[in-house]
Design a binder for this molecule. Structure first.
Ligand SMILES: Cc1cc2nc3c(=O)[nH]c(=O)nc-3n(C[C@H](O)[C@H](O)[C@H](O)COP(=O)(O)O)c2cc1C
Length: 223
């Protein structure tokens, strides 16, 4: 797609209905090479992604986009040689923030300013942050849970915009953390290759069915 038509495309509303988007999104392993995304596409993609829900609305996600070919070749070596790192248009590192306090005062002030809560409740909420996230394990949950919800929004939004994605966890976590200059209080939760599908995917694999995954009232380890 040329840059101009990509921009026009990005500014048009998504045409695909939600059910169709969910049913037809795929993890794409074959990209048409070399078509960069236009600025307007990046903006629309991340504007939609930012609407994802998060605990306390803390939005514990950040994204690092790498387009440069030489940088992506370096990254490929840290991703078990996965081809999609270099065949796609770009790779996005989805970062999760382990620190629930990073924006707590600002965001809880917004709750008050927007009429959700009064001042006393705001103070109670501030105190509740450490109750909900008391230790490292819960902080990791904060990071991963929030970032993964944003990643799913990103992949569906991309699909609706005519873009293809591949989420990837097959990488050397320490190497990738260093590659993106990510400090210890953030986690690279996944990488997402993004670009245009070459339409060569095999059919979608089986999914567990309703009776297998849904329990009523209480979970049981054996059904
Ligand atoms: C967190 C996560 C990590 C994944 N990592 C990889 C990966 O490193 N390489 C890969 O080829 N596919 C990866 N996948 C894609 C899955 O294999 C794919 O989602 C699954 O087989 C279902 O296919 P579908 O997304 O086309 O429905 C990953 C998916 C997720 C959600």
């Amino acid at each position: 797609m040329s840059t101009l038509s990509a921009e026009i495309h990005a500014n048009a509303p998504l045409k695909m209905g939600l059910e169709e988007a969910i049913r037809t999104r795929r993890s794409v392993h074959y990209f048409t090479q070399g078509a960069p995304l236009a600025e307007a596409q990046w903006r629309k993609l991340f504007e939609l992604t930012a609407l994802s829900p998060s605990s306390f609305n803390f939005q514990p996600w950040d994204f690092v986009v790498v387009e440069d070919e030489a940088r992506r070749q370096e990254l490929q070596a840290l991703c078990w040689g996965q081809r999609q790192v270099v065949d796609s248009s770009a790779v996005i590192a989805v970062l999760g923030d382990k620190d629930p306090h990073r924006r707590d005062k600002e965001v809880l002030q917004q709750f008050q300013d927007n009429g959700y809560i009064d001042e006393d409740t705001q103070k109670a909420y501030l105190g509740a942050v450490d109750v909900v996230y008391p230790d490292e394990a819960r902080k990791i949950e904060h990071a991963v849970g929030g970032a993964c919800l944003a990643a799913m929004t990103l992949m569906l939004a991309a699909h609706g915009m005519g873009l293809a994605t591949l989420p990837m966890i097959g990488f050397d976590p320490d190497g990738v953390q260093k590659f993106f200059n990510v400090p210890d209080d953030y986690i690279v939760t996944m990488l997402i290759a993004i670009g245009y599908s070459a339409d060569k995917e095999l059919p979608r694999q089986q999914r567990r069915g309703f009776d297998d995954i849904v329990y009523w009232d209480r979970f049981e380890t054996v059904k």
